[in-house]
Design a protein around this ligand. Sequence first.
Ligand code: NAD
Ligand code: TYD
Length: 337
Amino acid sequence: MHNVLVTGGAGFIGSNFVRYFLETHADCHLVNFDALTYAGNPENLSDIEGDPRYVFVRGDICNRAAVEEALKEYKIDTIVHFAAESHVDRSILGAAVFVTTNVMGTQVLLDAAREHAVERFLHVSTDEVYGSLGPQGKFTEETPLHPNSPYAASKAAADLLALAYFHTYGLPVVLTRCSNNYGPYQFPEKLIPLMIVNALNGKDLPVYGDGLNVRDWLFVGDHCSAIDLVLQRGAPGEVYNIGGNNEWKNIDIVRLLLRLLNKPESLIRFVKDRPGHDRRYAIDPGKISRALGWSPAVTFESGLKSTVEWYLAYRKWWERVMSGEYMEYYGKNYEAR
Ligand code: NAD
Ligand code: TYD
């Protein structure tokens, strides 16, 4: 595994993965293939732009010719596929782009990977494909898929396509399904960064419904280490759940963040619930732990503290995101394919 194409590497998890991979694999070459949608921010990786092992290609995964050109030009043997529309609330407002990117884009990539005899295709997915849990139990890899939001449905469709390409064509696909991530460079539309940024700006913190929905949180660096392990040693055709056994009610996270930021709880506003809001997610990471020896390295206490510190130190980063200035980096520096 030497020539790796990462899709969606300018987003939150993708940019953390690109940095992690270059740090841990001295002999690799890495192509970051990203369309730079609103969620893609080249500033996430400005520190590694000069690395001779790294190249950025602005391209859309739905564009077969662009994908093929990159696979050919850089002699790609491995694909790690993060690119997606990733925000549930946006999928409720408009599902079309979710189907286009997440389903059709994945199918284009799978076809191109077949054509170019790619040796490894890691498809990054989410626990949301399993639907919602009651108070008991956890998602295992055998849990039936029951996606509830248009986002989750589009990811489930992509998962099934990826697995079908393994069964039908023998494409060496491995699939990961992770719980909610948090950490540096997360776009401030998702719960944790939105609450931090709003609190720092003295704005209300909008908590949906009764605030008692539960999510299972994992530090993004631990997701990256799990993906790397599955990439190296996962069995083709297999699914690996990734999670930190770390369940929190939304309202408790919001209160914890306010304490860390030394801001008052009076900023909390309970607002209208998200339509179809999944009540609880919880991952059983037993398979990846037994089969590959993976476990998270970062506790929630230290991960959340370091994340808050990051948003304090990188105020400029999120101010440029909130004002839209980060978009100016786009056209100026990269030609679209
Ligand atoms: P993100 O929204 O921060 O980033 C998505 C990236 O994909 C952006 O850089 C965007 O420009 C790029 N992209 C979008 N459409 C594209 C297209 N058509 N062609 C090329 N690039 C395109 O997302 P994220 O939170 O980093 O999530 C990355 C992946 O991990 C997604 O597949 C998501 O479903 C999955 N995932 C996310 C979480 C989470 O908590 N954020 C948890 C589990 C799994
Ligand atoms: P989010 O970060 O959007 O991730 P997901 O919906 O994919 O799990 O939301 C995490 C939880 O926080 C979810 O239960 C919805 C809730 N939430 C709020 O209460 N207020 C908000 O402003 C946001 C963005 C999310």
